[in-house]
Design a protein. Structure first.
Length: 173
């Protein structure tokens, strides 16, 4: 039996796609790839909600996926959040100091926070608990109306358009 080739992919996940092989309400991101990749065990390294766009890494390399997903490995994730209301200075201070989310053991902290416009912020977090960015903004009295991930660790989305993907030659691309 021939060993399978390792596959590493960077995808700009479109709105309305699920990161699942068995989607329940939307089309699967796996429909965007050749069938042979799926047969070789392609999996998402982490997930994005159907209503969140942006960078997703995929692979059939279990060690790589574990490294990306594991909160203790320290991969920071950067998002651009469009908000329902302007992000006040007080809200920014709370996010940078850390907010306690219901059901979580430790406060969730914004490692970096940049105001891009009145209602748009770039936020960098570690971890990745359920709906973390949305819940963090809710904890300070705001609501995320659109969310886009632009970076995971050293992997940046770059110029990929929604639905486009690229094979990475190595883990360093």
């Amino acid at each position: 039996m021939k060993p399978k080739n390792k596959i590493y992919i960077k995808l700009n996940k479109p709105y309305g796609y699920e990161c699942s092989h068995a989607p329940t309400s939307h089309e699967s991101v796996f429909s965007l790839f050749p069938q042979e990749f799926i047969k070789d065990g392609l999996q998402c390294a982490g997930r994005l909600d159907a209503d969140t766009t942006g960078l997703i890494l995929l692979s059939n390399d279990g060690e790589f996926i574990h490294k990306i997903e594991h909160p203790k490995k320290g991969f920071a994730k950067t998002y651009v959040a469009e908000l329902a209301d302007p992000l006040t200075e007080e809200m920014q201070k709370k996010l940078l100091a850390g907010v306690q989310l219901h059901g979580e053991k430790r406060p969730c902290i914004a490692l970096e926070l940049k105001l891009l416009a009145n209602n748009t912020a770039e936020i960098t977090i570690k971890g990745g608990v359920y709906h973390q960015v949305k819940r963090m903004f809710a904890a300070v009295g705001n609501k995320v109306v659109a969310l886009h991930r632009s970076k995971i660790g050293d992997y940046e989305l770059g110029e990929l358009k929604e639905g486009e993907w690229v094979l990475l030659n190595s883990l360093c691309d």
